[in-house]
Design a protein around this ligand. Structure first.
Ligand SMILES: NC(=O)c1ccc[n+]([C@@H]2O[C@H](COP(=O)([O-])OP(=O)(O)OC[C@H]3O[C@@H](n4cnc5c(N)ncnc54)[C@H](O)[C@@H]3O)[C@@H](O)[C@H]2O)c1
Ligand SMILES: [Zn+2]
Length: 366
């Protein structure tokens, strides 16, 4: 499954998703048509690991990259202004191509810069984290945060090309790598039983970053994301299944001011809670629920939930931008490999699921 096609309102684009696809980037970019130049946007951290390799492969555009600090706090409007000004000074015009090389922060920021620079220039994503390869580079969401909240300013701006080479994952810090795996598990639970079974059987190899295992799992997850956003670009329906684990997950991130959990780690707790909720609501059988929870826990220890109160989570989930008039609509799996969205349930069931989480952690030896 090396090349996956994604449909979008701005036209179809390819996600090239295989080992050694990086070497093909120059020829793939040439296929996008004439341009007045390609401009690389990345981060110092990514560049430290990959700058030399990229300069060899991409040539001139990678010799003078536009680098910005890709911590979440740099994902803000002033960074867009800075990138746009550097693009002007580098001579980028309307027929330029922006190549975003990095994780989700680089992709979201460079993507929004490409969406707005000269009212939109062509965008190529070269994702370098698990999250970016299976999630953020596909689907066209770009944007930045405001002090008032995450991703509050942005645009749907589909790329013209995505090249996801698993080789990049070899240099990811282990906690980042593991955190991305929770989103991979999410795809198995909501959409593909075979992915779930593969993860259950090969988690050790995946945690060792065995290239063959990653080469199997990354394209499959990218294909699931591609399928979902091709059917529902604007999140009117099906795309909501991607929010499995995210209702509780976002609440945990907010309740801890985004300091305690990496995103995937919060989603891991969120998936466990949603699974317990599905079980409590009689919407999922006990064996499947246990398997999902076991798989999530098999990725390794999660930051603790200490000090987070259920009442606080209720307040945060009710005010989440995805809640409707204060009513939470849950995304729950009726079985492994399938998902339903828009489910309303009494809060008491959700509170019970959350209250059970520390027991789950304890039963797993933590
Ligand atoms: N647009 C979307 O649809 C979408 C979807 C999911 C997440 N996101 C956004 O993505 C962001 C999170 O992205 P992320 O999880 O990819 O993390 P990230 O972009 O924050 O990167 C994590 C860290 O890894 C470093 N890094 C990246 N690639 C590396 C590599 N190959 N080797 C070594 N270090 C590397 C980065 O410099 C950074 O320090 C959030 O801002 C989130 O809102 C967007
Ligand atoms: Zn997520």
């Amino acid at each position: 499954m090396p090349t996956i096609s994604v449909r979008s309102s701005a036209g179809a684009y390819d996600v090239v998703c295989e080992p050694r696809s990086l070497a093909r980037v120059p020829s793939l970019i040439r296929r996008l048509g004439d341009s007045t130049g390609a401009f690389v946007v990345s981060s110092p951290r990514v560049w430290r690991h990959w700058g030399k390799t990229l300069a060899k492969i991409l040539g001139a555009p990678a010799k003078k990259p536009i680098l910005f600090d890709d911590s979440e706090s740099a994902k803000r409007l002033s960074t867009i202004e800075s990138i746009a000004r550097q693009l002007v000074r580098a001579g980028a015009d309307r027929r330029a191509i922006v190549i975003a090389i990095g994780g989700g922060v680089v992709g979201d920021v460079a993507g929004f810069a490409a969406a707005t620079y000269s009212r939109g220039v062509r965008l190529v994503h070269i994702p370098t984290t698990v999250v970016a390869q299976v999630d953020s580079a596909i689907g066209g969401k770009t944007g930045v945060d405001l002090p008032e909240g995450k991703n509050l300013v942005g645009a749907f701006y589909p790329p013209r090309l995505v090249v996801a080479d698993p080789v990049f994952l070899s240099t990811l810090p282990h906690r980042e790598f593991r955190s991305g795996l929770y989103e991979v598990i999410k795809y198995g639970v909501i959409a593909d039983r075979r992915v779930f079974e593969f993860l259950a059987r090969h988690m050790d190899a995946i945690l060792r970053r065995d290239p063959a295992s990653l080469g199997y799992i990354i394209p499959r997850c990218a294909a699931i994301k591609a399928h979902v956003v091709s059917k529902d670009e604007r999140e009117a329906g099906l795309r909501q299944i991607l929010n499995f684990g995210h209702t509780f997950g976002h609440a945990l991130e907010t309740a801890t001011n985004y300091r305690r959990f990496l995103h995937g780690e919060a989603i891991a707790w969120g998936m466990i809670a949603a699974t317990l909720l599905a079980l409590a609501a009689d919407r999922l059988d006990e064996r499947s629920a246990n398997r999902i929870i076991r798989l999530v826990l098999s990725v390794g220890p999660l930051p603790p939930l200490s000090g987070i109160r259920t009442i606080e989570l209720k307040r945060v989930t009710a005010s989440d931008k995805k809640a409707h008039a204060g009513r939470v609509r849950w995304v729950l799996p009726p079985r492994i490999g399938a998902c339903k969205w828009g489910i309303e349930l009494p809060w008491s069931l959700a509170a019970r699921a959350f209250a059970e989480l520390p027991l789950i952690a304890a039963s797993n030896g933590r």
